[in-house]
Design a protein around this ligand. Structure first.
Ligand code: DGL
Length: 262
């Protein structure tokens, strides 16, 4: 029996939006959820900081958990550090990149909003996706560190005023042409965790994210492999304090009954 897990990595709880569809597709697979709580948030960091930090952490995580596959469940880390991580590790690595392609398929107005972290929305990777898959669309971008914090607050069970979601979305809608946006890409894995709140603040707008596509990619990469049976999921943090322990219930509800520190 192959005991090796699939390891998901993010700065915080955002990667749980990728775990959801992956768990539905692979109910038997053992998962490890790794959050770089000591480095959170990533969205306000420089490219150099992220490119230096992520491969080192993933190397340590790979050594400890011996995963069969790593999923970088973070757009910021993926758009900046995916090539470096792939070069450093001798195992398959799946990245999370803004779901501009499915958004372009859905948009009727041909105006798409990309909501990510500040670091993600300034990446040339996003220019490239927009040019390749949404060449006939206007692609407006907005980076929000506040929305990352709001998603973390939700998972901690803390209330967030609904007006705060409208204020974030205004960062897209108030741009020239922004009133035509009919599809928004949740280009940060934290944001699907608050999709209901975002949708309530933007009636008629559709939201898309990378979760379903990543689940399909994982299934493709592990086809034919055996699993040791639904094992206990492990959540591992780079800093384990009260704030991380307070996530215990939310993590257990998603199959991560054990919490560890890296
Ligand atoms: N969840 C991450 C992403 O997808 C980053 C959030 C943060 O740490 O700023 O971009």
């Amino acid at each position: 029996m192959d005991m090796r897990p699939i390891l998901f990595f993010d700065s915080g709880v955002g990667g749980l939006s990728i775990v959801g569809p992956a768990r539905a597709a692979l109910p038997e697979a053992p998962f490890v959820y790794a959050a770089d709580s000591a480095g959170f948030p990533y969205g306000t960091k420089s490219e150099a900081e992220i490119a230096a930090r992520v491969p080192v952490l993933l190397g340590r995580l790979a050594e400890r958990y011996r995963p069969r596959l790593i999923v970088i469940a973070c757009n910021t880390a993926s758009t900046i550090a995916l090539p470096v991580v792939r070069a450093a590790l001798d195992l398959p690595v799946v990245g999370t990149v803004p779901a501009i392609k499915p958004a372009a398929v859905l948009s009727v107005t041909r105006t798409i909003g990309v909501l990510g972290t500040e670091a993600t929305v300034r990446q040339a990777y996003v220019d490239d996706l927009a040019a390749r898959f949404a060449g006939d669309c206007t692609v407006l971008r907005y980076g929000s560190a506040a929305l990352v914090e709001m998603a973390e607050a939700k998972l901690h069970g803390r209330a967030v005023a609904p007006e705060r979601y409208a204020k974030v979305l205004d960062g897209l809608f108030s741009q020239p042409g922004g009133d035509s946006i009919d599809v928004i890409v949740n280009a940060c894995t934290h944001f699907p965790l608050v999709e209901a709140e975002l949708a309530a603040a933007a009636p008629g707008v559709r939201f898309v994210d990378g979760g379903p596509g990543i689940a399909r990619r994982i299934v493709y990469l592990v086809q034919g492999e055996t699993w040791s049976g639904a094992g206990e999921g492990i959540a591992v943090f780079t800093r384990l304090g009260n704030d991380e322990r307070a996530l215990g219930r939310a993590l257990a509800a998603r199959g991560f009954g054990r919490i560890e520190q890296l």
